[in-house]
Design a protein around this ligand. Structure first.
Ligand code: SIN
Length: 272
């Protein structure tokens, strides 16, 4: 389908857009790629409906945007290490992404983006929230922005991954990295808040008490409803989010029902 048939409908003024008129099973033309990439830059998360993708087609779509990432801990579709399984059912004791976060920010070069297709849904529930981290930065006072711009923080995979995916992971080392608290988006050049409640354990330049208090404030600030949109999935919906400018939170309000999908994640670069 020609890219001039692509329609972009914003979901809220600050974040999210639905994209119509594209079949992600087909290779993207350069113009379609540009249109989708620009929509991602403008809206931070973009949504597609009715995309009955194989893992290969989802991976081919992701590969247009960069090298594919292999998750350091989570299970993947057999034979496709780049296709991470997202699954919860009556036997689950956790779900992926059940708090505000940016994917795998504990790595030295955290993923630029993630593409999730949900193929099995509860009758109701299982929405995902997305929030704008440019807005999270821009709405802080000037003195707070100045303070944060001078700080770095530790992101520790140990906090989330230890004992989560496999029974015995003794001896396994999970990623840990230090990143600026405010990162500059490498494409838009805009500053974005880059700490999250999954991985960020400590602000390096502050005492522990100061770091705990400031992180608690920032984690609460990230939850501001006006920064967010809420996506209601349908079978074969796809969400593609930018981990450099947005955070997300998967809601687990559907237990004991089943929700399943596949996530393809795209490698990113070192935050600065
Ligand atoms: C994730 O954090 O990748 C999971 C998102 C979701 O299941 O909606």
């Amino acid at each position: 389908m020609a890219s001039n048939a692509i329609e972009i409908r914003p979901v809220t003024p600050r974040i999210g857009a639905e994209i119509f008129g594209i079949d992600l099973n087909q290779p993207l033309s350069d113009q379609e790629f540009q249109t989708i990439h620009q929509a991602l830059m403008d809206h931070l998360v973009i949504f597609f409906r009715d995309q009955d993708l194989t893992p290969q087609a989802q991976m081919a779509f992701g590969a247009r945007f960069g090298r594919l990432h292999i998750h350091p801990a989570a299970p993947s579709v057999p034979g496709f290490p780049e296709a991470m399984i997202i699954h919860a059912d009556a036997n689950s004791t956790y779900v992926n992404g059940e708090s505000w976060h940016s994917d795998v920010s504990c790595e030295e070069e955290p993923p630029m983006g993630s593409i999730l297709r949900i193929h099995t849904l509860p009758e109701i529930g299982g929405d995902t929230l997305f929030a704008n981290m440019y807005a999270a930065f821009e709405t802080l006072s000037a003195p707070m922005q100045t303070l944060l711009r001078g700080l770095t923080a530790v992101h520790d995979g140990e906090l989330l991954y230890r004992g989560r995916y496999t029974g015995n992971d003794a001896g396994r080392v999970y990623p840990k990295a230090t990143h600026p608290v405010i990162r500059t988006h490498p494409v838009t050049g805009r500053p974005a808040l880059f700490v999250n409640s999954f991985f960020t354990s400590r602000i390096v330049e502050l005492s522990k008490a100061e770091s705990d208090a400031l992180l608690a404030f920032l984690f609460r600030h990230i939850e501001t409803p006006e920064f967010a949109c809420r996506f209601r999935w349908q079978k074969n919906s796809v969400a593609f989010w930018d981990n450099r400018s947005a955070q997300h939170h998967a809601l687990w309000d559907y237990f004991p029902a089943t929700r399943s999908g596949v996530r393809v994640t795209i490698c990113g670069d070192k935050p600065y």
